[in-house]
Ligand binder design. Sequence first.
Ligand SMILES: C[C@H](O)[C@H](O)[C@H]1CNc2nc(N)[nH]c(=O)c2N1
Ligand SMILES: N[C@@H](Cc1ccccc1)C(=O)O
Ligand SMILES: [Fe+2]
Length: 288
Amino acid sequence: MASDHPSTPPPGAAADWTVPQDWASYTPADHATWDTLFARQVDMLRDRAAPEFLAGVDILRLSRPGIPDFAELSERLHRATGWEVVAVPGLVPDAVFFEHLANRRFVAGRFIRRPDQLDYLSEPDVFHDVFGHVPLLADPVFADYMQAYGEGGLRAQGFDALTNLARLYWYTVEFGLVRTTQGLRIYGAGIVSSRGESVFALDDPSPNRLGFDLARLLRTDYHIDTYQQSYFVIDSFADLLDQTRNTDFAPLYAQVAGLPALAPDAVLPHDRVWHRGTQAYARQPSLA
Ligand SMILES: C[C@H](O)[C@H](O)[C@H]1CNc2nc(N)[nH]c(=O)c2N1
Ligand SMILES: N[C@@H](Cc1ccccc1)C(=O)O
Ligand SMILES: [Fe+2]
């Protein structure tokens, strides 16, 4: 969480922490970095990412070369789901982040990583934020989930439950997996924007792949600087939206506050674990 940041915007930012994207100031090298990252992810994701993510890449015309101009991108996105993309200088305070989401504005970093950081960097850059997050915002169901999350964030502040709610963001928006008729697929932005984790999350035998269980998930710690030791698998975006927007989290927060946190690699007796070879985990039905 960004709660250790100063609560006033830096010089040059507006009161809501937004800044101009200043698209004209990107260099040819910056655009080339985007193109390199885009090309190597999009091919690999054809049979790994959720169909809704791949549809979003097309709807938003993200395959056109260069770093997208947020004004133009927002126009397309707004036509699809009423969302827009605004630039921010970096991580913004939680309350600011939630307020933007609740109003269907996605905040994105405007800087792009250096060529020596193609595989990993610790702060979200424009490739992670736009390529990773924005395609799913063109899906009407996921678009509603993100708005509901923002509203839930504003509400969670009153329950002192941000640690719990941040875990939901982490294990869905950033690192979620979804069941499809083609087997498990990736939808989390932290996975789809990472070449290594796009393979690891589906193919590596070591991480746990656990059926989505909200009360359990709200207790589960995570590592921010390694591939995940556990992923949560949703049945569909409609199911995720239904289980969160239509659930009052107040009793869950109270319940979870009295229980210890769970380690990122914990497996409990009642967890539904996907194993390789089961229908749900097989990426090709023929391998099931
Ligand atoms: C809990 C909360 O969802 C999370 O920590 C927020 C805080 N501020 C942020 N600010 C930016 N720019 N991007 C983010 O993803 C977040 N995440
Ligand atoms: N329904 C939740 C809010 C929420 C919705 C969607 C995602 C996350 C949280 C609450 O009562 O607080
Ligand atoms: Fe992210």
